[in-house]
Every structure is written in structure tokens, then in C-alpha cells.
Design a protein around this ligand. Structure first.
Ligand code: NI
Length: 246
């Protein structure tokens, strides 16, 4: 069930039986020379839709632009300032809770969003708490690539070539969704350098093709389908209680 494809009477009827919703969040940023700019948003949305199907839970529109300042030296990357992203998340949550959605699971595709989304959760709870002593909203953030079963499968498929940006698991997932974009050409060096970064320019000088520690040429659409299945199953297993518990 996608919120965007529902009518308001359908949403009203849904809220009679459930207060659960999934809100995917990603990013729009470079993913190396062969990965799609939309990777993080596409992955989060695909996992969210699978979980939504499995649990019959509504899925809200994806927040497709995140906090990606460190990728801004690469064409096509878009970013929200942390304060803007916090306001976006806070206002989305406030809109949902206004209608009675009280269990909001955010499925995230981008590490750079984590601190800001957690801060937005705290900010929203603070605001609600000032309005009522027992605010009904519960929020949870899950990073799909860090789920234990996804990490196990990623290491089994790619060993030491997973890395931390433009990773073969995320690239594989997008190629499963859009096989016509698959570009498994070998890259040089095979495994990209690994390490910390600071400004956007510093990122590009340390990681000239945009990858960090990864070899996305190992990705295949079939791997992506496997990863999507494992991620959705694991989240569905964890989220059932979150959605229904008092
Ligand atoms: Ni990514």
C-alpha cells in the first residue's frame, strides 16, 4: 500500500485498523563512476515497499534528498543542510501523527542521514511532549545495509570489497530494480581507497572516482534481488512488534 496511490477515504479506512506507516529516506548523490545518483533513495524505497507488502503496512513517499554535503564535488549530487533535513523529517512526522499514524518506521539508505534523523526524532518528541504529557508517536530508524543478515550476505558475496560507499550491495540492489543501468566494468584500482574525509573537496581528492573501499563491479542484478529479499524479510521480522506494541 503506497500512500501516494491511495485516496483519502482509503487512508481513513486504513487508520481504523492500523496506525503504522513506513517512511523511506535516501539521498541523491554520486555513487562512483558506475553507480546511480539515486542509489540510496531507490534502495530505501524498494526495501520499504517490500516490507509494506509483507506486513500490509502503508508506505509514505520517499524523502529522496538527504544530507550529502561531502558528495557535492561530484556532478548531480544534491544535499539538504542538516537543519533543513531535520525540519523536513519533523514536518513529515507531524503531518503523519496529525492523522493518527503513531508508529513510524523510517527505512534509511544513507549513512549521512543518521545523526540528523535521530536529532529530528528527538526534536519531534520534545515538541509533542510539550503539547501532551504522553505523546503517542513512536519512531524507529533502520539502516537497511547494516542489518545483520544483509551484512552476512554482503560479506559472503563480496568479501573485503564491500567498502562503505558505492558498495556492491547497494549497487546490486539498484541494478535489480533497473537492470538496463547495470555497468559491471572493472574499475581502477579494483578496490577503492578507504578512510576518513572532511570537506567535499577533500572527499574528491581522497576518493577521486567517488567510491570508498568498494568494488561495485562485483554487483549483479541477481545479487540485488537476493539482498532485497533478505533485507525486507529481516525488517518485516523486526518491525511487526514495533508496529503493534502498546
Ligand atoms: Ni549509498
Amino acid at each position: 500500500m503506497r500512500l501516494q496511490l491511495a485516496t483519502w477515504p482509503q487512508v481513513e479506512a486504513y487508520l481504523e485498523r492500523s496506525r503504522a506507516i513506513i517512511l523511506p529516506i535516501g539521498s541523491t548523490e554520486q555513487h562512483g563512476p558506475t553507480g546511480l545518483i539515486g542509489t540510496d533513495a531507490l534502495c530505501a524505497e524498494a526495501v520499504a515497499l517490500r516490507v509494506g507488502e509483507a506486513l500490509e503496512v502503508m508506505v509514505a513517499p520517499t524523502i529522496a534528498v538527504g544530507m550529502a554535503q561531502h558528495h557535492m564535488e561530484f556532478p548531480g549530487s544534491m544535499t539538504l543542510k542538516p537543519s533543513t533535513l531535520m525540519a523536513v523529517v519533523r514536518d513529515c512526522l507531524a503531518s503523519l501523527v496529525r492523522h493518527g499514524f503513531e508508529r513510524v518506521l523510517m527505512i534509511n539508505g544513507h549513512g549521512g542521514n543518521v545523526a540528523t534523523v535521530q536529532a529530528a526524532f528527538a526534536e519531534t518528541q520534545t515538541e509533542l511532549d510539550r503539547l501532551s504529557p504522553r505523546p503517542p508517536l513512536r519512531t524507529r530508524l533502520l539502516n537497511w545495509w547494516e542489518l545483520p543478515a544483509v551484512e552476512r550476505l554482503s560479506v559472503r558475496l563480496y568479501g573485503d570489497a564491500v567498502g562503505s560507499h558505492a558498495t556492491p550491495p547497494e549497487v546490486a540492489l539498484t541494478w535489480a530494480l533497473h537492470p538496463e543501468t547495470a555497468d559491471p566494468r572493472p574499475l581502477e584500482p579494483r578496490i577503492a581507497p578507504y578512510g576518513a574525509f572532511f570537506s567535499a573537496a577533500d572527499f574528491r581528492s581522497r576518493f577521486p572516482d567517488g567510491r570508498i573501499g568498494s568494488d561495485p563491479s562485483l554487483a549483479t542484478p541477481a545479487h540485488g534481488e537476493q539482498l532485497l529479499k533478505v533485507a525486507a524479510e529481516e525488517i518485516a521480522g523486526m518491525a511487526g512488534t514495533f508496529f503493534t506494541a502498546d
